[in-house]
Ligand binder design. Structure first.
Ligand SMILES: Cc1cc2nc3c(=O)[nH]c(=O)nc-3n(C[C@H](O)[C@H](O)[C@H](O)COP(=O)(O)O)c2cc1C
Length: 324
């Protein structure tokens, strides 16, 4: 059993969190992580307010345990914020605000309803802002991760954020997929880990089977940090590029983003269809370097059990032996 300030604060068994991945998490995946003793978070930014209510009911029907809801702050509207807060998940998980958004006011609204706030940052300066605004947990996310990321590596950003916001619990994110990553994160001063890519390749994940296979087969080096996906979608992301599979679709537009901007409306339907069909060459597929460490599609409970057992062995036996 690994006890940290995070497990104590949130009341979970293991310091392992499912990243609230918009468009990639589902009530089933969230409940599976919470039921296995971790903390499941559902990414709801791309879901209409009325649908958020029914998805929260679906999570509650599958688990009595704590869970969270994630909003990408630059993309969420007030209606979604209100519905998420009124749904009273244990955790409000947030990331990527615009500079002019008032974090303190949002976090205070969450606290008034009894929610705890977990905010993800790509560096120490943003961590200081979030701590000042009242965040209960800070996620330090490194550039190794999948989806939208900053430019600092996980091994640097985690201790920098820990130092900045102590004693607030910090979770490490980006590049972590197993017990070695969890043990390393604890050594860096983190109180737990938040994983996206590893949980995408699980039995309970609703990701297309072809994309799960892409993650299993990836060596992590076949990902790229780019803004091509956002250009396709017409999104202006505040301060991040995205890590995606470097496939044929991405290769086609590298160095030709001006043309992509001009033709995006014509090209978007084809990209959306490729995603629905599970076309690994023509869809944009978000995942991180930790795909190098994912060798199989297994149930969530197996991921969590194996991770905890491996980290316990490293922290409890292998490392102490080095200093004896
Ligand atoms: C498909 C995908 C979608 C994501 N969507 C979100 C999101 O909606 N909100 C968010 O805060 N982070 C999102 N992220 C980033 C994760 O929160 C997390 O930082 C990242 O997955 C950690 O790196 P890893 O993939 O190596 O575990 C997403 C990541 C992926 C792979």
């Amino acid at each position: 059993m690994i006890r940290t300030s995070f497990t104590e604060l949130i009341g979970v068994e293991h310091p392992i969190v499912l990243a609230g991945m918009g468009g990639a998490t589902s009530p089933e995946l969230v409940a599976a992580v919470s039921n296995a003793g971790g903390l499941g978070i559902h990414g709801v930014t791309s879901i209409e307010s009325s649908e958020i209510v029914s998805q929260v009911a679906a999570i509650r029907s599958k688990t009595p345990r704590p869970f969270g809801l994630n909003l990408l702050l630059h993309g969420a509207d007030e209606d979604q914020v209100r519905v998420v807060l009124d749904a009273k998940p244990e955790i409000l998980s947030t990331a990527w605000p615009r500079d002019n958004q008032d974090l303190a006011q949002l976090f205070a609204r969450a606290h008034e309803r009894g929610l705890k706030v977990m905010h993800m940052v790509p560096g120490a300066a943003d961590a200081a802002k979030a701590a000042h605004a009242g965040a209960d947990v800070i996620v330090a996310q490194g550039t190794d991760g999948g989806g939208h990321i900053g430019l600092m590596g996980t091994i640097v950003v985690v201790p920098a954020v820990v130092k900045e916001v102590a004693p607030i619990p910090v979770l490490a994110a980006g590049g972590i997929a197993g017990g070695r990553g969890l043990a390393a994160a604890l050594a860096l001063g983190a109180a737990g880990v938040l994983l996206g890519t590893r949980f995408l390749a699980t039995t309970e994940s609703e990701l297309h089977e072809n994309f799960k296979r892409l993650i299993v087969e990836s060596d992590g080096g076949d990902t790229i940090v780019t803004d091509i996906a956002d250009i396709f979608l017409g999104v202006e992301w505040p301060g991040a590029l995205e890590r995606v599979a470097r496939n044929r679709a991405v290769e086609r537009w590298l160095g030709r983003t001006n043309e992509l901007r001009r033709r995006r409306e014509e090209l978007l339907p084809g990209m959306r269809e490729a995603r629905l069909k599970g076309d690994p060459d023509e869809a944009i597929v978000y995942f991180g370097q930790s795909a190098a460490l994912v060798d199989d599609v297994v149930p969530v409970a197996r991921v969590i059990e194996d991770m905890v057992a491996e980290a316990e062995e490293i922290v409890g036996e292998r490392l102490p032996n080095l200093v004896r």
